[in-house]
Design a protein around this ligand. Structure first.
Ligand SMILES: [Zn+2]
Length: 145
């Protein structure tokens, strides 16, 4: 439980970004100024969205309670799904993702930094494999149609 004096304050910044409200969990855009929740003078607890700002302290508290209920429901579903996920036999791994990312022409965005870091030295092999698999997929689909 949070103790101590809570307050909100508006502040300026020079960012335009999407962010997730830490009170209600919804995402929204910020333009050059935001409102945040502070504990005392220095500690930032949360960035607050326009809707939570607009509905005031009591309305924001209700939105927080609603989000907490949603999270509890989601946690239950997530645990149940995790039990099923544990048994998945066909799990598309980084190699599969890398082949998809590498099967790109020069006019598309290249592979992600994550893939480049995970599969260095294998890029050309994976690119060739991706093209072979793509040709195979296309010919299979032609046969089936
Ligand atoms: Zn909010």
């Amino acid at each position: 439980m949070t103790t101590g004096k809570l307050r909100t304050e508006a502040y300026e910044h020079n960012m335009v970004r999407d962010f997730t409200c830490q009170l209600c969990g919804r995402s929204h855009e910020q333009y050059n100024a935001s409102v945040r929740m502070m504990k005392g003078d220095c500690r930032v607890l949360a960035g607050i969205c326009m809707t939570c700002i607009d509905v005031g302290a009591n309305g924001a508290a209700q939105r927080m309670r609603n989000w907490a209920s949603d999270l509890e429901g989601h946690a239950h579903d997530l645990r149940a799904l995790a039990d099923d996920v544990e048994g998945i036999k066909h799990w598309a791994g980084l190699d599969a993702l890398a082949r998809m990312e590498l099967f790109t022409d020069e006019n598309r965005i290249g592979p992600s930094n994550y893939i480049m870091a995970q599969v260095p030295g294998r890029v050309e092999e994976l690119r060739r494999r991706a093209k072979r698999e793509a040709r195979s997929f296309v010919s299979r689909c032609r046969l089936e149609s």
